[in-house]
Ligand binder design. Structure first.
Ligand SMILES: [Zn+2]
Ligand SMILES: [Zn+2]
Length: 200
């Protein structure tokens, strides 16, 4: 089972693109994966559009195939020390079970949290993570973009790989949901993200 549940420890500072939101991550068991879903891409696209409207640089980086690079940790492993007033929680659509939090100072996607206790952190907040942590899964490849042909497309799962079904249930740990970097009292009260449409 250890083969399908690769984990890495990480301790690192994190900050939004403009540096107003600052915090850290301390996880003994981070798991990095890339999601090519139209939902995640649409969320990043909407944040980039909001940044553009505000005259700011884009802060939501997609990979060359339209994927969002995530590091799965737990809410209790994320600490925000500065800029808490800049944390904005939104849903991408009504009845979504996933509050997605971004920094409203510069529209940097930060993390999403949910009822399972897991948190998905934007891997781009972890400097040099690329060099010491492999991507373990590439999921929802059926929604991936073709790319421009300049680099070969990595292999990715049409849906999720078989190993996901063994690895992920064990990684849902509601006891690690608190303390959370954001409080969500009633998910139904959260606003929808302006301008969200599914990524093409
Ligand atoms: Zn910022
Ligand atoms: Zn996704």
């Amino acid at each position: 089972m250890s083969k399908v549940n690769p984990i890495q420890a990480i301790k690192a500072n994190i900050q939004c693109q403009c540096g107003t939101v600052k915090g850290s991550i301390d996880s003994p068991s981070a798991l990095r994966f890339v999601c090519y879903s139209k939902d995640c891409r649409g969320y990043y696209n909407a944040l980039n559009a909001l940044a553009k409207n505000a005259g700011k640089p884009e802060a939501a980086a997609l990979d060359p195939f339209g994927g969002c690079d995530f590091t799965q940790v737990y809410p209790c492993e994320i600490t925000i020390r500065e800029g808490q007033d800049q944390l904005e929680k939104r849903l991408i659509r009504k009845n979504s079970p996933i509050p997605r939090t971004y920094a409203k100072c510069c529209f940097t996607p930060l993390f999403s949290t949910g009822g399972t206790g897991a948190a998905l952190l934007n891997s781009n907040l972890l400097s040099a993570w690329d060099q010491h942590c492999e991507v373990k899964y590439r999921i929802i490849g059926r929604h991936a973009l073709k790319g421009d042909g300049s680099i070969p497309k990595p292999s990715m799962s049409w849906s999720v790989p078989f190993g996901w079904f063994f690895a992920m249930p064990k990684r849902c740990q509601p006891d690690k949901a608190q303390p959370s970097p954001v409080e969500v009292k009633d998910i139904k009260e959260l606003k929808l993200l302006e301008g969200f449409v599914e990524g093409k």
